[in-house]
Design a protein around this ligand. Structure first.
Ligand SMILES: Cc1ncc(COP(=O)(O)O)c(C=O)c1O
Length: 374
């Protein structure tokens, strides 16, 4: 059988990885400044992560959500404490799209309404409501277009007021730092107005923290840079450091009931162990502070490169904007410098999303390689 060929591939075959070093089948080492789309948060094959997952697998890897799983409670407690979101409840699933799908579905159940407000250049995943709320017609199939989604530009407060006036909106979903879109952010004043209007009109505010969460932005969640409190927060990517796990944090005012949401694999023993290992490393190695500190260092170094027109993002969720399209530069960085970086919907933006425990010297290596290729 052949694979269903949907991914354009770089000609690299990784066979092992440790920290930010990825080794291919020829023994060539690459430095990973992209973490496989922001997934690797504590470094590849972190010893604590490997130990915790291996021990868990030897004990029990999976049982369904029809029996008690104390690891889920341990995870909810630790996640609530480390993120400052103790007044939320946790629902676990398996990916970012599934997290947003559940967030939107829950908002619709909660309000009895169906229309969603999303933003230009958003990316929320490829499932039904999540893809409809994603600003990319190419991946929105006819079956998904029956969803009711209105798109607005960030900071268009008048447009927002106009859209909610009809009274049929269940949810507003937004990324406080856009990932795939290219690192754009709404203004704090806009977010505060949106939060207040959502509260006044009974609309569920969803922060998509699938990419920006788990410390990447230099705070546990990117919305925390703005002082808002979303009703639902979606998480995935860095949460499992490569183990497929996602979830939503649901504010205490939204009540659960049996059967409302569900999934076979979500919150299984291995997924909980992976996420707990990530949180334990984040805490012991103070990775949020490191992301914040190194983000500032990165900006300073980037500002000294004449070809860089703008540095975007926060913490270690970063983008370099150039006056040219970056696809060739990315190829040169991979094939000549052996460095992984990422692209964005905005073709002028090079995305940098390394593990949160990289060091300053790793960023120095990146900038030397970048300067060589520029
Ligand atoms: C902000 C955001 N939300 C949702 C998703 C979808 O996540 P997944 O690919 O795990 O379904 C992504 C993936 O890039 C993302 O960046």
């Amino acid at each position: 059988m052949e694979l269903f060929d949907v991914y354009p591939l770089y000609d690299v075959t990784p066979v092992k990885a440790r920290g930010i070093v990825v080794t291919d089948d020829q023994g060539q080492e690459y430095l990973d400044y992209y973490g496989g789309h922001a997934v690797i948060s504590i470094g590849h094959s972190h010893p604590h992560y490997v130990k915790r997952l291996s021990e868990q697998l030897a004990r029990i890897g999976f049982y369904s959500n029809s029996v008690h799983n104390p690891l889920q409670h341990e995870l909810a407690e630790k996640l609530g404490r480390l993120s400052g979101c103790e007044d939320y409840r946790l629902f676990l699933c398996n990916s970012g799209a599934e997290a947003n799908e559940n967030a939107l579905k829950l908002a619709s159940f909660h309000t009895g309404k169906a229309r969603v407000i999303a933003f230009s250049n958003s990316f929320h995943g490829r499932t039904s409501a999540a893809v409809a709320a994603t600003d990319n017609e190419k991946i929105n199939a006819p079956i998904n277009r029956q969803q009711k989604v209105s798109f607005l530009a960030f900071n268009d407060l008048q447009g927002f007021q106009r859209e909610i006036a009809a009274g049929d909106v269940c949810a507003v979903i937004l990324e406080c730092i856009q990932g795939v879109g290219g690192l754009d952010e709404p203004k704090t004043s806009f977010l505060l107005e949106v939060e207040a209007l959502c509260r006044e009109h009974g609309i569920v505010l969803i922060a998509d923290e699938v990419q920006s969460g788990f410390g990447r932005s230099g705070k546990f969640f990117a919305f925390q840079h703005h002082g808002i409190r979303p009703d639902i927060i979606s998480i995935a990517k860095g949460m499992g450091n490569g183990f497929p796990v996602g979830g939503i944090l649901i504010h205490g005012h939204i009540q659960p009931s049996h059967g409302l949401l569900g999934t076979t694999f979500g919150g299984n023993h291995l997924a909980c162990a992976a996420t707990l290992a990530v949180l334990e490393v984040m805490e012991s190695e103070q990775l949020i502070a490191n992301a914040d500190h190194l983000g500032a260092y990165f900006r300073k170094k980037a500002a000294a490169i004449p070809q860089v027109e703008r540095v975007k993002g926060r913490g270690l969720m970063l983008g370099l904007e150039f006056g040219f399209e970056v696809s060739d530069l990315r190829k040169r960085l991979i094939y000549r410098q052996h460095i992984f970086t990422g692209s964005a919907k905005d073709k002028h933006v090079l995305r940098i999303l390394p593990a949160l425990n990289i060091g300053q010297e790793d960023l120095d290596v990146f900038f030397e390689a970048l300067k060589t290729e520029l």
